[in-house]
Design a protein around this ligand. Structure first.
Ligand code: SF4
Length: 209
């Protein structure tokens, strides 16, 4: 598989925010979000080729309980990702897979936690969303909206209601820095009493990868 980077850091987002975990960042992404914070990983020729065994051997020591596979876009390498997920789970790790939402994720091991983006109009990539993914999410999964403005917020509210997402998964609303402030999004969430989580990327406050 094509791997851009393997590193240990603090999980900055979602239900496991604050935990030390290992990250396997794969190379290659077929989207071009306006707010992409890892543009260098979008090039499919970036990084290096590694086998599953190479990746397992490159994970930092001592082992930590959780590994996130991110990108780039992991679901562009579904066979390799599936093999890596299986080996990690067999080795006793919890595995998170973060994906853009543009590719079907049903093939992933049911024991993996899927963190599924729903690309908003402000991302410039809403037309690429694979809506069938939302038919198959479970309570294990997290559905994330990165919001650039009030129009994105209103759009995301409609999607959450239409797919009853708050009843079926963890829903994360995240402000896209710097176009939407965390304070403004917080105010809207309080005013609307939405059943979603404010999602701040705390690793960025700490200037961590
Ligand atoms: S899906 Fe992720 S990696 Fe790809 S362009 Fe969007 S933010 Fe960047």
């Amino acid at each position: 598989m094509r791997v851009f980077d393997i590193f240990r850091s603090i999980q900055g987002e979602g239900t496991r925010a604050g935990l030390v975990m290992d990250f396997v960042r794969l190379a290659g992404c077929d989207l071009a979000c306006t707010y992409c914070d890892t543009p260098e990983a979008r090039d499919p020729s970036a990084g290096r080729d590694m086998t599953v065994a190479d990746v397992l051997a490159a994970l930092p020591s001592p082992p930590v309980p959780c590994v996130e596979i991110t990108g780039g876009e992991p679901m562009l390498q579904p066979k390799e990702v599936g093999a890596l997920v299986a080996r990690l789970i067999a080795g006793g790790r919890e595995v998170l897979v973060e994906t853009s939402g543009a590719h079907l994720v049903q093939g992933l091991d049911a024991d993996a936690v899927r963190i599924l983006d729903v690309k908003t109009p402000g991302s410039g990539m809403a037309h690429r969303m694979c809506w069938a993914n939302l038919d198959h999410i479970t309570h294990r999964d997290e559905v994330k909206f990165v919001l650039t403005d009030r129009a994105d917020y209103e759009w995301a509210k409609q999607v959450v209601a239409r797919y009853r997402l708050a009843d079926r998964a963890v829903v994360l609303f995240s402000p896209a820095d710097p176009s939407l402030s965390a304070a403004a999004l917080t105010r809207w969430l309080i005013d609307d009493a939405l059943p979603v989580r404010l999602n701040l990327q705390i690793h960025k406050y700490l200037r961590l990868p």
